[in-house]
Ligand binder design. Structure first.
Ligand code: T5A
Length: 213
């Protein structure tokens, strides 16, 4: 089987990390060789950049700096980890990728989509996810889940409600422009229901790969 690239997106507390583990186990049970990873991060250098990006003491970080650091981490991630795995026929499942940059740095921080697309083309050279799951839910539910999970909040989680509404709308808009690539899931449902929708989409992916094999 050809390597596939799956990404998980959504606002804070939408259930990406929880379902990353579920997807990994489900695919492994089907005999798929895969790696799971995350952005920003995924490599030693990327994780060091992540520390800078999420550090809530860095309130002076400029939107341009944030955007470039996201892509710096991504360039390393792609070359060191994602592309080699795909070339070996493995599947790669990533907690966030470039859709997050359009939603957070673009829609919420106000960086132009054209500028983001320029850097995306330079860094990714036409490489995109095969499937992107968007975990969609009202911001207040996600934030309540984050709060009940406990732990420290990061620099992004300090943002106001309006910021995350812009992020949410941007994800939905991107999904509506390319519905064949995106699976929008109602993440306010029970975990069981969300995971059933994930399985439906993964089964479709595997069936269409078998047909083209
Ligand atoms: N970022 C990232 C950018 O700005 N630009 C970029 O280009 C990229 C790549 C870090 C930040 O970086 C920004 C976006 C982020 O702000 P992150 O590490 O993915 O990204 O951080 P978060 O989105 O904050 O991740 P979280 O861990 O907070 O949220 P998750 O992973 O979506 O949620 P999860 O799975 O931990 O679930 C939260 C809680 O809810 C429960 C879980 O058990 C858990 O306790 N839960 C449910 N409860 C009930 N019903 C369900 N259906 C549930 N699903 C999960």
């Amino acid at each position: 089987m050809l390597g596939q690239f799956i990404t998980l997106e959504g606002t804070e507390g939408a259930g990406k990390s929880t379902n990353l583990t579920f997807i990994k186990e489900w695919l492994e049970n089907k005999g798929v060789e895969l790696i799971v990873t995350r952005e920003p991060g995924g490599t030693e250098i990327g994780e060091a950049i992540r520390e800078v990006l999420l550090n809530k003491d860095y309130t002076a970080m400029q939107a341009e700096t944030e955007l470039l650091l996201m892509f710096a981490a991504r360039a390393q991630h792609l070359q060191e980890k994602i592309l080699p795995a795909i070339k070996q026929g493995k599947w790669v499942v990533s907690d966030r990728f470039t859709d997050a940059t359009y939603a957070y740095q673009g829609a919420a921080r106000g960086m132009s989509f054209e500028r983001i697309a320029e850097i995306e083309n330079w860094v990714q050279q036409g490489f995109y996810p095969n499937t992107t799951f968007i975990f969609d839910l009202p911001i207040e539910i996600g934030m309540a889940r984050v709060a009940s999970r406990g732990g420290e909040t990061d620099r992004f989680e300090q943002e106001k409600h309006d910021f995350f509404e812009k992020v949410r709308s941007a994800y939905l808009q991107r999904a509506s422009m390319a519905p064949e690539r995106y699976a929008v899931l109602d993440a306010s449902q029970s975990l069981e229901n969300v995971q059933q929708s994930i399985v439906n989409r993964l089964e479709e992916m595997m069936q269409s790969m078998e047909k083209t094999a």
